[in-house]
Unconditional design. Structure first.
Length: 182
């Protein structure tokens, strides 16, 4: 009603301008809200912000440390891998050299064994040849004596005569065959 009375007195009420009491009450409420925000809310936000920033920075530091550690491990791995490759190459070279030595030793042993077998074979052949020649000389001598017995008509039973005749005949035979083989 008071507004009506004032309106009746001739003062015009401006609907855009608030009343003074509303302005004072709004200003007090704003200052009270500002005080509460500065006293309680802003410090809480600051601590949460600082904690979060510290966590992020700590996480970045941890990530950088982990990355540095991973890089060190990678370098160690690469060094070990290079060392293992060098060791493998050295082992391969040693094995190849050892293999070549074994092959050359086996070749030398095989050649020695071959030479021994050939020499043994030649010795055996010479022995057999000498044995066969002796057998053939005896047989040839007997045949020659029998033939001479028939041709000459006299007996060559005397051992000394027979041996002399056979030896002479074989010497002539050897003499005749020696120029033919050369």
């Amino acid at each position: 009603m008071k507004t009506l009375i004032l309106a009746a007195e001739g003062e015009a009420i401006n609907p855009v301008l608030p009343h003074t009491s509303e302005i004072i009450l709004g200003l007090v409420a704003f200052l009270l809200l500002l005080f509460i925000m500065k006293k309680f809310v802003a410090p809480r936000f600051e601590t949460l912000y600082a904690e979060r920033a510290a966590k992020i920075e700590g996480g970045i530091e941890k990530a950088e440390q982990a990355q540095a550690h991973a890089q060190e491990l990678l370098e160690q791995y690469k060094a070990q891998l290079a060392e293992a490759r060098a060791e493998a190459a050295r082992i391969r070279d040693d094995a190849r050299i050892e293999g070549e030595q074994i092959i050359s030793e086996l070749r030398a042993k095989a050649q020695e064994e071959s030479a021994r077998i050939v020499a043994q074979g030649q010795t055996q052949l010479e022995t057999q040849r000498a044995q066969i020649v002796a057998e053939l000389r005896g047989e040839l001598g007997k045949l020659a004596v029998d033939l001479a017995d028939r041709v000459v008509g006299e007996s060559l039973e005397d051992e000394v005569r027979r041996r002399g005749t056979v030896d002479r005949f074989l010497a002539e035979l050897d003499g005749a065959s020696a120029p033919a083989t050369k």
